[in-house]
Design a protein around this ligand. Structure first.
Ligand code: SAM
Length: 251
């Protein structure tokens, strides 16, 4: 009941800010899409709890792993990503060009890459790149289906792992373990994280995991035998930082 009330309040607020959205009620397809979103949203709820990684980390409480998968898979069909695809691809390509890395000699795995925007940026600089996502959509040339808690690629097979989606994990330790497993010993792990909830916006409907501060996330990743080599401010797709880790043993 509380969840229904909170949805009603949010909807009212959104309609006051954008009265034209009332038109959606008169379009059969949009009405259908909206009802199916409401169904998922009611099932998922908005309860968060301290995660097993400690009290600086919080995770959305799901009834089951299947519910987590259903929630995360639901996102891509609800967004228009055309503008984002161009802007983020250009910005990431520029960041990659400024890094001291011989990209054409690298293979890159992009975790939770959705339609493949980051994959395209790595291809632009000459790397061999592929993405993995729970929901790559249909006929995606850049991204294959996969769950980053259980990556299908072999041990020590990847030069660079990239992700900006650690706020979508179910279990952070498991994902970091998988990154460590697939990365070559000289490999590099690039993370572009969301802000921590005490330094930026609170997690929204799609997120499943949060940290208090980005530095907490850095410390946690370092506990998984990575060492932070570089931290750079970024502005696109939103203000954050780019973190480059290598395996601690490779220093
Ligand atoms: C915020 S979006 C980011 C997408 C992409 N990196 C980008 O910037 O366009 C989060 C993505 O994480 C994916 N995702 C969530 N949980 C996942 C999981 N367990 N394994 C793989 N992908 C997952 C979702 O399907 C969604 O595409």
């Amino acid at each position: 009941m509380r969840e229904l009330l909170s949805i009603a309040c949010e909807e009212l607020k959104a309609t006051v800010l954008d009265p034209m959205r009332v038109r959606n009620l008169f379009n059969k397809q949009r009405r259908k899409a909206y009802y199916s979103w409401l169904k998922v949203r009611r099932r998922i709820g908005a309860t968060w709890a301290e995660s097993r990684e400690g009290d600086t980390f919080q995770q959305r409480v799901y009834r089951s792993y299947e519910d987590y998968l259903m929630h995360q898979k639901d996102k891509v069909k609800r967004l228009d990503l055309n503008d984002y695809d161009v802007k983020f691809r250009t910005a990431l390509r520029e960041r990659l060009e400024n890094m001291d890395v011989d990209w054409p000699s690298k293979n890159v795995l992009c975790l939770a890459a959705r339609i493949g925007t980051e994959v395209k940026a790595f291809l632009d600089v000459g790397a061999f790149a592929v993405g993995l996502d729970l929901n790559p959509g249909e006929e995606n040339k850049y991204v294959v289906f996969g769950d980053f808690h259980n990556i299908q690629f072999p041990d020590n097979s990847v030069d660079v792992v990239y992700t900006n989606s650690l706020d979508h994990v179910f279990e952070l330790g498991k994902v970091l373990g998988e990154v460590q497993r697939v990365l070559r010993s000289e490999g590099c792990f690039i993370v572009e994280p969301a802000w921590g909830r005490e330094e930026g916006p609170e997690p929204q409907y799609w997120e499943s995991y949060s940290w208090a501060h980005i530095d907490d996330l850095v410390s946690h990743i370092e506990k998984h035998s990575f060492a932070l080599r570089q931290k750079t401010s970024i502005a696109v797709p939103h203000a954050s930082v780019q973190l480059c880790f290598t395996c601690a043993a490779s220093s």
